[in-house]
Design a protein around this ligand. Sequence first.
Ligand code: FAD
Length: 337
Amino acid sequence: MEKNIWVLVEHRDEEIEEASLEVLSEARRLANKARASVAALVLGHSAEGFSDPLTQYGADKIFVVEHDLLETYTTDGFTTAVATLLKDHQPEFLLLAASVLGRDLAPRLATRLRTSLVSDCTILEITASGEMELTRPSCGGRVYATMACQTKISKIVTIRPGVLGLGKPRKGRSAEIVSLSVDLQPEVIRTASRGIRKVDREKLDIQEAEVILAFGRGAEDESTVEQLADLARLLEASLGGSRAAVDEHWITFDRQIGQTGKTVAPKVILCCGISGAQQFTMGMRDSKFIAAINTDRRAPIFKVADVSVLGDLKEIVPELINQFQSLSRQPDPSAGK
Ligand code: FAD
């Protein structure tokens, strides 16, 4: 039987989520080693607008399931549809991003299909014997656990977004587009969507954010905290922070980064007045670009930062606000082209 790796493609507002393209890139890399083929699974959308990126990032086949009940994500609808397809086609693996959707869907699928699930992986390898080895941070990032799936088919793996990165898109590849149908009845879906409202970027779940402004005890007082929130709005960044910021009640616990908080890997994180204790950095060290502002030149955060700014938040933050405000007032040079 041909080895198949399937990738569930998440999309929003007519765009494929970057986390899914990362998963697809990784599936391609693994499939090349394992001599397997890669199929991208798109639910609730046609292939239009999606086929080029999916092909270029590694899909050999694109399975498309257009169904009214799959246009918006529901746990029941997606579980039933994907489980049915996995049962019918029996790919060896289904890979998906460990996004909010992936974290919701993957355990349901694993339970429905009585198959294995390894979640939040950051390293995936094919061994000499052709087995997939999956490594994930464990115990708050202090150890890495390497696992293998014991079931035979439709093994489910979620991959932490932002860690493995995108592969190089390859123009000139081609993929077969295949329409699939599933029998999905409205009664299966036990929840009804009454509308979707976008949240402001600074309120976005820090694990979903591409840009994070994190602050700690060095913010010192409420007025600096308010200025940091203004700066976050200008940067379209989500607000996060250290445990000290939570202890001071400046942010809520769901925005704490670190060992006992959340692990994040945004494209950019700006750490303001955070010393960089190990318990904090273990939750953000996989961020793509780290900038830090601190008054202490020996602050450990500077050891992990790509850009270190030695200075006082009380002077630097108002200046950054001024600079970004004046930038946003300037006309867009690309407008009208
Ligand atoms: P501080 O360590 O007090 O650092 C404040 C920094 O601000 C200093 O470097 C200072 O130089 C700088 N500063 C001060 N004034 C200014 C200014 N005006 N301008 C610029 N810089 C300034 N912590 C977490 O964050 N997340 C966790 O999940 C977490 N889990 C933990 C689990 C355990 C079991 C334990 C024991 C601890 C945990 N901690 C965690 C706590 C952690 O050890 C640190 O105490 C905490 O991260 C410190 O937060 P901070 O950097 O904001 O504060």
